[in-house]
Design a protein. Structure first.
Length: 255
C-alpha cells in the first residue's frame, strides 16, 4: 500500500528529516582517526535525545535478520555496502565510511545516508562518493508527478553504470511515512516509463548504493546485517527522504 501524505504531514516529516540531517552532521564532525564506530553511534544518539526523537533503526528486526539491530545508525566501512553494525572498530586514515540514520519525531520518520572519507581521502574513493551523490541527485530530479518509479530507477542506474560501478541487486529505496519502510520499492536500476505513477504527496527514500569494483556481487557478514562487496572493493551509499510535490521534489532530510 502506498500512502499519500497531506501537505501538513509532509511538513511534519520535514521536522523529522531535519533531526536526521543534524545527526549525520554530528557524526561526520565526530569521525576521525582513532574514533570508534560505537562513539559515532553515541554522537547520533545524543542528537536524537536532544530533539526528543527516537530511532526507527534501534531494535528493528526484519524477518531476514538473525537479531534486532542494536544501534541508531548503520556504519559501513570500506567494502561494507549497507547495514554495518557499529562496533569497537577504530577508524583509520583513508577509511571510506557510509552512515545511514533515521529519526522518528511526532510519529513521522526521516531516513538519510552519507559517505565520506576519514583523514586522507583516496582519489578513487572521492570519485565513488561523488558519483553516489550524483546518482542521488539524478533520482531526485526524476521524482516529479507524472513520472514513474522506473524513471527514478533508470536515472540512478544510468549514472552508476556510466561511471563503471556495480549495483547490489535487490536493495534500493522505499516509501517512508509513519514507519521506516513503506511501499513502494524504489530500485536503483530499471526501465524508464515503467512502474507506479508518482503523485503529489508520495514520500520516498531514494538511496543509490554503488560498488567500486564494477560487479554486483555481495555477501552478508556473520553478524547477519552487514553486506560486503564480493570482490573486496569499496562501496558508497547516498540517501535522502524526498516528497513528491506539484512544485517539484522536496528534500526533507537536509539541514
Amino acid at each position: 500500500m502506498v500512502e499519500i501524505k497531506t501537505d501538513s504531514s509532509v511538513d511534519a516529516m520535514r521536522e523529522a528529516g531535519r533531526v536526521v540531517a543534524q545527526a549525520l552532521t554530528a557524526v561526520q564532525e565526530a569521525a576521525g582517526v582513532g574514533v570508534s564506530l560505537r562513539e559515532l553511534d553515541e554522537a547520533a544518539r545524543a542528537v536524537l535525545r536532544r530533539a526528543g526523537a527516537s530511532s526507527p533503526f534501534l531494535n528493528y528486526h526484519p524477518d531476514w535478520a538473525p537479531v534486532p539491530f542494536p544501534a541508531v545508525i548503520c556504519t559501513s566501512v570500506n567494502d561494507a555496502i549497507v547495514h554495518g553494525v557499529p562496533t569497537g572498530y577504530r577508524l583509520r586514515d583513508g577509511d571510506l565510511v557510509s552512515i545511514d540514520c533515521g529519526a522518528t519525531l511526532d510519529g513521522w520518520v526521516g531516513d538519510s545516508a552519507v559517505t565520506f572519507s576519514v583523514g586522507t581521502a583516496r582519489p578513487d574513493d572521492v570519485r565513488l562518493a561523488d558519483t553516489a551523490r550524483e546518482a542521488l541527485d539524478a533520482g531526485i530530479a526524476a521524482a516529479v508527478p507524472g513520472n514513474r518509479i522506473g524513471d527514478i530507477a533508470h536515472a540512478i542506474g544510468r549514472v552508476c553504470r556510466s561511471a563503471g560501478y556495480g549495483i547490489p541487486q535487490g536493495f534500493g529505496g522505499h516509501g517512508v511515512g509513519r514507519t521506516m519502510h513503506e511501499g513502494p520499492e524504489v530500485p536503483n536500476e530499471g526501465r524508464a516509463g515503467r512502474g507506479l505513477v508518482l503523485r503529489h504527496g508520495m514520500v520516498l527514500a531514494i538511496e543509490p548504493m554503488l560498488i567500486g569494483g564494477g560487479r554486483d556481487g555481495f555477501h552478508p557478514d556473520p553478524d547477519g546485517w552487514t553486506l560486503r562487496t564480493s570482490d573486496g572493493s569499496r562501496a558508497a551509499h547516498a540517501e535522502h527522504t524526498v516528497a513528491i510535490t506539484d512544485a517539484g521534489p522536496r528534500v526533507l532530510t537536509r539541514l
